[in-house]
Design a protein. Structure first.
Length: 294
C-alpha cells in the first residue's frame, strides 16, 4: 500500500478534491475530471469512455449527486481492472517468457519473481536471454545466487534462441518448477526486436511442447503514454498473457494502469512498488481500487 502513496496523493487526491464539499453536481465536474485523468496518464480513449458512461448516468438521472458520481467512478475503475484471463498452466516446468524494453525493470522483476517462487519452495531456473548486454547477464546471476536458482547463459552475443532452448531443456531435465526467460529489449530496432522475441518463442516450443506457457510484458508506469504505445506494439506481435507494471512507487500519476487494461484487455498480474525483492505485489483489482479510492 505504501508504494501507492504518491498516486493516492497525486492523481486520486486531485480527483477527490473535485468532489470534496459538493453535494450537487454541476456541469463543470466532468471537465475537471477529464483534466485530472488526462494529466494522470489514464489516456484519451479510456478517459473519454469513462466520462461518457458517467454522462449517460447523469442524463438518466441515475447519478444525482456527487457521492453517486464518485461511486460510479469507482465502479468503472473496478470494471476496467477486473479483466480475467486464463491463469498460469500447471506445467512443470512452467516456462515464462518475460518481455519489455530496456530499463522498464524486467531483470529486477525476474529477480523478484524468482525470490517469491523460491520462497514458496519452487525450483527456479533463469535463462539469460538478453545476450547483448553483459550487464543484464550479470544482474541475473546476482539474483540467481541470492535465491539459489541456476542461471543458464551463453557467450556474449550468443543467439538468444539457443540460450532459451538450452535453458528449457535443462529446466526440464532438472525437474524445475519454473523457468523464467529474460529477453533483449532494445527498442530502437522495433521490428527486429519483435522478430527476435518471436524466434526465441519458437525455439522454446521446439525444446518443450506447449512452452512458453506464459508471456508477460513488463511496463514502466512512470513512462505514461509511452508504456501504452509499447504495450500495443508487443500485443500486436505476441500473445500476451499478462502485464507487470513497475515503478508505481515512482509516479503520482498511476492512471496508466487503467489505460493499459482498458485499451489492451490484458490483465495486470503484478505491480512493482519499489526496488527490493518484496516490493512486487500480485495484482488484485479490488485491492488496488480499495487502495486508491479508500
Ligand atoms: P531492465 O533493463 O528492464 O532489465 O531493467 P532493470 O531491471 O535493470 O531495472 C531498471 C531500474 O529500475 C533499476 O534501477 C531497478 O532497480 C529499477 N526498478 C525496477 N522495478 C522497480 C520498481 O518497482 N520501483 C522502483 N522504484 N524501481 C524499480
Amino acid at each position: 500500500r505504501k508504494g501507492l502513496a504518491a498516486t493516492r496523493g497525486g492523481f486520486m487526491a486531485r480527483l477527490k478534491a473535485i468532489f470534496t464539499g459538493k453535494k450537487e453536481i454541476d456541469p463543470a465536474i466532468l471537465e475537471q475530471m477529464e483534466e485530472v485523468m488526462l494529466t494522470s496518464d489514464v489516456g484519451v480513449k479510456t478517459t473519454q469512455a469513462i466520462l461518457e458512461r458517467l454522462r449517460e448516468g447523469m442524463a438518466k438521472n441515475e447519478l444525482s449527486d456527487a457521492d453517486a458520481v464518485w461511486a460510479a467512478l469507482r465502479a468503472e475503475a473496478t470494471r476496467i481492472l477486473s479483466i480475467g484471463g486464463p491463469r498460469p498452466a500447471k506445467e512443470k516446468p512452467l516456462v515464462v517468457l518475460m518481455v519489455g524494453v530496456n530499463g522498464v525493470g524486467k531483470t529486477t522483476t525476474i529477480g523478484k519473481l524468482a525470490t517469491k517462487w523460491s520462497a514458496d519452495g519452487k525450483k527456479v531456473v533463469l535463462a539469460a536471454g538478453d545476450t547483448f548486454r553483459a550487464a543484464a547477464v550479470q544482474q541475473l546471476e546476482v539474483w540467481g545466487k541470492r535465491v539459489g536458482a541456476e542461471v543458464v547463459k551463453g557467450k556474449e552475443g550468443a543467439d538468444p534462441g539457443a540460450v532459451a532452448f538450452e535453458a528449457t531443456k535443462k529446466a526440464n531435465e532438472a525437474g524445475a518448477d519454473v523457468l523464467l526467460v529474460d529477453t533483449a529489449g532494445r527498442l530502437h530496432t522495433k521490428v527486429n526486436l519483435m522478430e527476435e522475441i518471436k524466434k526465441v518463442k519458437r525455439t522454446i516450443a521446439k525444446a518443450m511442447d506447449g512452452a512458453p506457457h506464459e508471456t508477460l510484458l513488463v511496463l514502466d508506469a512512470t513512462t505514461g503514454q509511452n508504456a501504452l504505445t509499447q504495450a500495443a506494439l508487443f500485443k500486436e506481435a505476441l500473445e500476451l498473457n499478462g502485464l507487470i507494471l513497475t515503478k508505481l512507487d515512482g509516479t503520482a500519476k498511476g492512471g496508466v494502469v487503467l489505460g493499459v487494461c482498458d485499451e489492451l484487455k490484458v490483465p495486470v498480474r503484478y505491480i512493482g512498488l519499489g526496488e527490493r525483492a518484496e516490493d512486487l505485489r500480485e495484482f488484485v483489482a479490488a485491492d488496488f481500487v480499495e487502495a486508491l479510492f479508500g
